[in-house]
Write a protein that binds this ligand. Structure first.
Ligand SMILES: Cc1cc2nc3c(=O)[nH]c(=O)nc-3n(C[C@H](O)[C@H](O)[C@H](O)COP(=O)(O)OP(=O)(O)OC[C@H]3O[C@@H](n4cnc5c(N)ncnc54)[C@H](O)[C@@H]3O)c2cc1C
Length: 583
């Protein structure tokens, strides 16, 4: 598929383009302005948040508010709020850099994310002028804190199954129902609440803490992120003025899921940010702890873990910044000045729904693997609350559950992608799968090209053989998602590493080693997924042809990964941290 430069990259289209032929933003290209704001966030986290780590984790609601207000003074609550309403209206890239910093304290980062993202953004994108003027300046300054109330005890993944109702009575909406698991509920001033008008039209409302009939339950006793507030929100004949309906009657699904898309991009970023801190303290411990007369860092299997932690950060960042580059490009073509500005922006974000879910799934699982590697590297100390690895292991577990569970997101990745590949304007899955293989000479590019060819063949077969019904087989759908996210991850890392080499970046050798290790291992997973997906699908005859086809394709030459990981680990030990950290 050929694209001219004025065209936007279509969501989900990465599988159809030769590696490197699409624009790709990388963290190395961050603007001075974005880096300056990230630095302010870093100083804030180092100076105000981390010294109070323990206090935060004991769930101090006042402290949460106080820290949010301080973040507001620095401007980092208003990054995505239009200037006209007291914000900075900066690119999403800046929000991503800031989130990476915030992620160093998981509980506070959850409060911050719920406030700035899912709490505030529904009003940013769907509010009318009066609603924006009333709420956004206070939310951007930190004077007020926001929460997002979608989930109920009986409807989590199935969010549209909500039972909360809204009825218009004498010029007021009367809300009844109970929302569950609401972050920031213990101290929020403003709640974006989803309810069904007359029990049918799913809609969003702005509810204030002081509105009659709103109360909150007790704090949940949680496995992790213990310093974030999570409560039920009870609406008992809660009366709010008629003008608190957000985005129009029946627009709730668009708001709820559109906003979750943004939350998903961001979860990828906070996972990478948290990974950097975990790597730092794990390197320190592994350098200090000796066994058999040597530091742990001298052992190959510890080096493997340290290297893998850095590789996951590098790959995650590569994916996140690539996606956010697409998104900012699309958003730059919209304007708040236009009457449809908010809707246009939301449409631009929705275009990258596949990439948003991939960032969420990949990032959350990568961070969990990193937390696990940290616990293991600490040994018995990893199991002790006296040391930091135990906390991240608990804190990061939630990332696979909220913002849509990883199961739901995998189904979304496969479903949205296949939908994009149908219809006259659809992505050309069948044509691409049938196209002759054009293999680059470069070993890394060749690995990506082969992986794409494998995935195209087998996903095209799934589409031809079953059509949308393939999604009824959830394991098969998850395999499609795994193929897509492994390829996106691998390709994003490879392109970034090559770009760094072209720019003679100080760490380009390290970047190429990290991309090579990831690509080699991802290749094996892709190969396995392709074979298992094929087995789910075809009749014996078709399967024989497909397997013969797949086997006839070349495989990338294997690379000895231990030597690469030793080199990566040596640099990590020398630097004492992820070397590509921005400060
Ligand atoms: C600490 C915390 C903070 C939260 N903050 C907020 C918040 O601020 N606002 C808010 O609205 N919500 C919030 N949530 C709720 C969260 O988004 C939900 O917990 C999540 O969406 C999952 O819903 P559930 O818990 O009802 O699980 P369920 O939907 O019951 O799912 C249980 C399991 O079944 C799987 N499953 C469900 N449906 C399917 C399907 N169709 N196919 C395959 N598998 C399926 C799920 O993947 C999961 O593994 C929070 C939750 C927690 C724990």
């Amino acid at each position: 598929m050929v694209m001219d430069e004025t065209q936007l990259v279509r969501g989900g289209s990465f599988l159809f383009h030769a590696t490197g032929s699409l624009p790709q933003f990388t963290p190395e290209e961050s603007s001075e302005e974005a880096l300056a704001i990230a630095e302010a966030a870093r100083d804030f986290v180092a100076g105000e948040v981390m010294p109070r780590d323990e206090e935060i984790d004991h769930l101090d609601l006042e402290l949460n508010r106080e820290l949010l207000a301080k973040a507001g003074e620095l401007g980092i609550l208003g990054i995505e709020v239009p200037e006209a309403y007291g914000g900075l209206d900066l690119e999403k890239k800046t929000a991503l850099l800031v989130l990476e910093e915030m992620a160093k304290q998981a509980s506070f980062s959850t409060s911050y994310g719920a406030h700035t993202s899912i709490g505030t953004l529904p009003i940013v994108y769907f509010g009318n002028h009066d609603q924006k003027a009333k709420y956004l300046p206070k939310l951007a300054s930190g004077e007020w804190v926001a929460a997002y109330a979608l989930t109920e005890a009986g409807s989590g993944s199935d969010a549209l199954g909500a039972k909360t109702t809204a009825v218009l009575e004498d010029g007021c909406w009367v809300l009844n129902g109970t929302k569950a698991w609401i972050t920031n509920a213990g101290f929020a001033d403003v709640f974006v609440v989803f309810a069904k008008v007359n029990g049918t039209h799913f809609s969003a409302f702005i509810v204030e803490k002081t509105d009659p009939g709103l109360s909150t339950g007790a704090e949940e006793k949680k496995l992790g992120i213990k310093g974030s507030s999570t409560r039920t929100v009870i609406l008992d004949n809660c009366r709010i003025p008629e003008d608190r309906l957000l985005g129009g009657k029946g627009k709730g699904a668009r708001i709820a899921f559109g906003i979750l898309n943004i939350g998903r991009f961001k979860l990828g970023a906070s996972s990478a940010g948290a990974g950097k801190r975990v790597l730092e303290y794990t390197l320190k411990y592994a350098g200090e702890r000796t066994q058999f007369g040597k530091p742990l860092t001298a052992f190959g299997l510890i080096q493997q873990k340290l290297a893998n932690m850095a590789i996951r950060i590098f790959v995650g960042e590569s994916m996140n910044f690539r996606t956010i580059g697409y998104l900012d490009e699309a958003l730059a073509r919209t304007s708040w000045e236009s009457e449809t500005g908010g809707a246009d922006k939301m449409k631009a974000i929705e275009e990258y729904a596949v990439e948003a879910s991939m960032a969420k799934v990949w990032g959350s699982e990568a961070l969990f693997a990193t937390a696990d590697d940290a616990v293991q590297t600490f040994g018995g100390a990893g199991f002790s609350a006296e040391y930091p690895a135990e906390k991240i292991y608990r804190d990061c577990r939630i990332n696979r559950i909220f913002e849509g569970t990883n199961e739901i997101n995998r189904l979304l990745i496969a479903g949205t992608f296949l939908k994009r590949c149908s219809g006259a304007e659809g992505l050309p899955l069948q044509e691409a799968a049938a196209a002759p293989l054009d293999l680059p000479q470069d070993a890394l590019l060749r690995t990506v090209a082969l992986a794409k060819a494998r995935a195209l063949k087998v996903i095209a077969l799934a589409q031809a053989d079953r059509g949308p019904k393939i999604l009824d087989n959830q394991e098969a759908a998850a395999r499609i998602a795994n193929l897509l996210l492994e390829i996106y991850a691998m390709e994003s890392a490879v392109i970034r590493a090559r770009r760094m080499a072209e720019a003679s970046h100080r760490w380009s050798g390290l970047a190429l080693d990290m991309a090579t290790v990831y690509a080699q291992e991802a290749w094996n997973r892709i190969q396995a997924e392709a074979r298992m997906l094929a087995a789910e699908l075809a009749s014996d005859a078709v399967l024989d042809t497909l397997v013969a086809d797949l086997l006839a394709m070349h495989a990338p030459a294997p690379v000895a990964l231990s030597a690469l990981r030793q080199t990566i680990s040596r640099i990590l030990v020398e630097q004492g941290r992820y070397p590509l950290a921005r400060a």
